[in-house]
Design a protein around this ligand. Structure first.
Ligand SMILES: C[S@@+](CC[C@H](N)C(=O)[O-])C[C@H]1O[C@@H](n2cnc3c(N)ncnc32)[C@H](O)[C@@H]1O
Ligand SMILES: [Zn+2]
Length: 261
């Protein structure tokens, strides 16, 4: 259930046609594209927060080339033992992973991202899912225990809020870049598994870890799209084309029963 994002309200939103309203009469229009913008001015630091339209389009082209299909398969596999009925993707970008998972598993899909161009792209291509512009680092605009699975795929890490919106038997899947991710462009990095597990304690405990790695021979356009869509520093002379590694550490967590709010 969606909650009102007006500061201090957090009451349920009910939908009448294209209008969502709470009992306090705060209201939000469904956009023409079918997404809801719940971002309040105090919940953003810039006028256009999150990924730019250019970065969203570049990442979508990489997904469309099929480069991330093996990573999607690994995400589906590690989340499969507990089939999820309601899934939240926090920092969903153009919606590729969430909508693909919904197509594969039949789950109800809910994506939030602070970037309007990202949510617009997701809503245009995947109209059957629910797409919300919201800041996943603040209050997530859903009621307690709304989801059986929360995804954070190279995205946000709001442990208390992920815990609140998950059912007690739910699961959290956090995907982080592995040390060899894009190493041809960035050089190898240290692994961030321990620091990520520590960041999610005491709200979550780790159930499983799997590394998903794939390589592809890319032309200059595809390498350029990678450069447009990442924020991490590059090594001094990255190749303009060639074999590139994509690698994620997938961390599957269960909520800890007596976690602090
Ligand atoms: C590296 S991208 C990953 C997108 C998607 N998960 C994927 O793997 O294709 C990170 C995403 O987080 C979004 N983002 C950044 N800050 C955010 C925030 N505070 N709340 C929600 N989304 C945020 C960005 O707009 C961007 O779409
Ligand atoms: Zn309200």
């Amino acid at each position: 259930m969606l909650l009102c994002s007006v500061r201090g309200c957090a009451q349920p939103l009910t939908r009448t046609g294209g209008l969502y309203a709470c009992p306090q009469k705060h209201s939000f229009d469904l956009s023409r594209r079918g997404y809801l913008n719940l971002l309040q001015p105090q919940d953003r630091r810039s006028k256009n927060p999150g990924d730019s339209a250019e970065a969203v389009a570049a990442r979508r082209r990489l997904h469309d080339r099929g480069l991330t299909a093996p990573l999607l398969a690994a995400i589906q596999q590690i989340t499969q033992p507990a089939p999820a009925s309601h899934v939240l993707d926090a920092g969903c970008g153009d919606g590729f992973y969430l909508a693909s998972l919904a197509r594969l598993t039949g789950c109800a899909a809910h994506g939030i991202d602070i970037s309007l161009p990202a949510i617009d792209a997701a809503a245009r291509r995947y109209p059957t899912a629910e797409w919300i512009v919201a800041n996943a680092d603040r209050q997530i605009p859903y009621a307690d225990a709304s989801f059986s699975l929360v995804l954070s795929i190279t995205a946000r890490r709001n442990a208390p809020e992920f815990h609140r919106v998950l059912e007690p038997s739910g699961r959290l899947l956090v995907a982080i870049p592995a040390p060899d991710d894009l190493m041809e462009l960035r050089g190898a990095e240290r692994d961030r598994i321990d620091s990520t597990v520590a960041a999610f304690a005491p709200h979550f405990h780790l159930l499983a870890h799997q590394r998903a790695t794939t390589t592809a021979d890319l032309d200059a356009d595809a390498v350029h799209d990678i450069l447009l869509s990442i924020y991490r520093p590059l090594q001094p002379h990255p190749p303009a084309a060639g074999r590139i590694t994509f690698s994620l550490d997938l961390l599957l967590f269960a909520p800890s029963p007596a976690a602090p709010r």
